[in-house]
Design a protein around this ligand. Sequence first.
Ligand code: 4GX
Length: 269
Amino acid sequence: MRMRFDILTLFPSMFSSPLGESILGRAVEKGLIQIQTINIRDFSLEKHQVVDDAPYGGGQGMVMKVEPIARAIESVKSQNQSSRTIYLTPQGKPFNQDLARRLSTQTHLILLCGRYEGVDERVRDLFVDEEISIGDYVLTGGELAAMVLIDAVSRFIPGVLGSDRSAEEDSFFNSLLEYPQYTRPFNFRGRCVPEVLLSGNHSAISLWRRKEALRRTWVRRPDLLEKANLSGEDKTLLEEIENSSDDGEVSSADGGVCPRAKSQAPNNK
Ligand code: 4GX
C-alpha cells in the first residue's frame, strides 16, 4: 500500500534534500511513498505569473490569490480522485503522533504550503479538508511544516523503517519518553555506561530501561504520564523514582560517573 503526497508550494526546491536523504529517500526509491512538488506559480494565468496580491480592506503584507491555488489543486485532483487537501497553518489542529498515524491510512494527501499572510479565505472554504498546525510558533511558510508532516506520517507506512521496526513500537506510542542510549566507548572522559547494560541480564536491562523512561517522563513531561497505560510494576518504579532524591537524569548510582573512576584513570600512575 503506497502513499502519495502532492505538495503545492511557491518553493519546490526546498523539498529535494530533506525528502531525498536517508530513510525517506530510501522509501521513495522503494516506491513506498511518492512525493511530487507542484509550483503554484505555474498555474497563474496572469502575465508575470503573479500569485499574490494586497489584502482587501488594507493592511500589511500580501495574500496568496485563490485562482492559481484552485487550478493547481484541480489539476492534481483530476489525476487522483480520493485525495485529502491539508493546509498547514498555526490556526490548524495541533499535529501529534495520533494524527500522523491517522493520516498514514490515507492513500493520497495534497499539502498546501502558504507564504506571506496566508491564502485567500475562499481557498479554505472551497478546497481545504483539514487544517493542521505543527506547533505554536510562526514559520516563514508552510513548507517546513509539510516536511515535518510527511516525515512523521511516512514512519507509519509498513517497510519505511525497515522490516524489523515499526513506528508503533516507539515508546512515544506508549506515551513515554525514550530511555537513555549508550554506545562505545565504555568510559568517555570519566563518564561510564551504566553497568547493567553490560551485564547480559536481559530482564534487568528491560527493567532499568523502563525505569529510566519513566524517570525521564516524570521529570520532563509529567503531562504524558496521565495518559500513559501504566502497569502495577510501572507504578512501583514511579514511586521509587518519586521517593529518590536525584536530579531526574540517569541515576548516578547506576551510570554517569564511573565507579572507581580514579583507579581507572590512565594517567594515574
Ligand atoms: N504549523 N506557517 C502558514 C502562512 C499563513 C499566515 C497566516 C495562515 C495565516 C505553520 C505552523 C506556520 C507560517 C505556515 C505562516 N497562513 N504551519 N504560513 N506553525 O507557522 O503549520
